[in-house]
Design a protein around this ligand. Structure first.
Ligand code: FEO
Length: 402
């Protein structure tokens, strides 16, 4: 693929990872991903970010279509996670840049991950401007969005925001722009990415969006480091509005039931809970924790505000996939959830209470007592599950209608 023109003398020169499925080892990317890097030709030629190490030759090849890589004067590293900074040693060796710009935390992270001896690192402050000829760049720190080193770069004259991980999506395609892509697929990818990576930093997202608004920055293009680039007024509005919605997490009339079952009893309980939800008009989805990656639950929670978890008991605790699933969800700090716990057992039966406690510690508003089934489930157990579904469904309806 050739470099792709964004605006006069500004190009996408990144790489497309069509077959990436295990994103950062903690999430999934069923549509692959991209590592976007951008090249600006000016009196000083600037490369914004690099790519995963595996793709460094592809990056250099794409740059070579536009200039000899040794003509790159400056490298801006907005973020040091290896999907963006992974090629930096190779790129520095080839390009021998005059300066490498990063945030104060970026320098720390860069020096801790790579052999930076002799590198011309220049730390920029929040709000610092850099002239590169016809253009000025403003650097804005976005600490904890999503790493301490994160920052974004704004090309003032061209009104382009190079936003690093913010506004990213895991989409691998030969198309580069959001207006060329199917909107429902893009929206799903935005949600999957946000809910598994950015979600815990939602208060910062809202603060940053507010700051950008106050600064009065005009934006023609938002160019993230993963996925598609947003270049139309309509798409930028769609992107910003979707981010505000994802960050505020309003109550949504949808429930997620996730379970892990040894011999099928907890599974039957999950389906009876679903019947209860349905009987009060609440749509739901059911996820088997053994058959799905834990990130699937977060994907589903992007459209739901009830979380009902259940597991058999083994060795006095929930099954291991359910424990992993709960850890994944807890770390991402979802807000505005109601929920409940359930599970079957044959010996001691600690699992429902343990899950219930974990839901409470996640900040989920538990609205029903846990349902425990000794083997079975019996008709009485299934009735209790049905009623648990109704209770959660009715509580959710009240929240949505409040
Ligand atoms: Fe935080 Fe795309 O890396």
């Amino acid at each position: 693929m050739q470099p792709v023109l964004l605006k006069n003398d500004i190009y996408w020169v990144g790489a497309v990872d069509y077959n990436l499925r295990n994103f950062h080892r903690y999430s999934r990317s069923p549509m692959g991903s991209t590592y976007n890097a951008y090249l600006v030709k000016d009196e000083k030629n600037v490369l914004f970010d690099t790519v995963d190490e595996e793709y460094s030759d592809e990056l250099l090849k794409r740059i070579s279509e536009l200039m000899d890589p040794s003509e790159i004067d400056y490298i801006v590293l907005n973020h040091m996670e290896k999907d963006h900074a992974g090629s930096i040693e190779h790129i520095v060796e080839v390009c021998k840049p005059e300066k490498i710009f990063c945030s104060v935390m970026g320098e720390k992270s860069l020096k801790s991950q790579f052999n930076t001896e002799g590198w011309p690192i220049h730390v920029v402050k929040d709000g610092e401007r850099l002239n590169i000829g016809k253009r000025n760049i403003t650097f804005l720190e976005t600490r904890m969005l999503h790493w301490p080193d994160s920052m974004v770069s704004y090309l003032e004259e061209d009104k382009i925001l190079i936003s690093n991980d913010a506004f990213g999506q895991n989409v691998a395609t030969s198309r580069r722009f959001a207006d060329e892509y199917e909107r429902p697929l893009l929206l799903q990818a935005m949600k999957d990415y946000y809910y598994n990576i950015i979600l815990p930093y939602s208060p910062l997202v809202l603060k940053t969006l507010e700051r950008v608004k106050k600064l009065g920055i005009e934006i023609d293009i938002i160019a993230p480091d993963h996925g598609l680039i947003f270049r139309t007024k309509e798409d930028i509005e769609f992107l910003l509005n979707t981010y505000v919605e994802m960050a505020t997490q309003p109550y949504k009339l949808n429930a997620v039931i996730a379970y892990e079952s040894l011999w099928g009893a907890s599974k039957k309980m999950a389906y009876a809970i679903g019947d209860g939800l349905q009987s009060v008009g609440v749509p739901f989805t059911i996820i088997d924790a053994q058959e799905n990656h834990c990130s699937t639950v977060m994907n589903a929670l992007a459209d739901a505000s009830a979380l009902i978890l259940g597991s058999s008991t083994r060795n006095n605790m929930p099954l291991v996939n359910m424990i992993g699933l709960m850890a994944h969800v807890k770390g991402l700090k979802p807000k505005n959830l109601v929920g409940a716990a359930f599970g079957s057992y044959g010996w001691s039966g600690e699992s429902p209470k343990a899950i219930n406690d974990e839901l409470v510690s996640m900040g989920v508003e538990v609205v029903a007592e846990p349902v425990r089934a000794y083997f079975g489930p019996s008709e009485a157990d299934l009735k209790a599950c049905f009623e648990l579904g109704q209770k959660v469904g009715n509580a959710l309806k009240e929240k949505v209608n409040a």
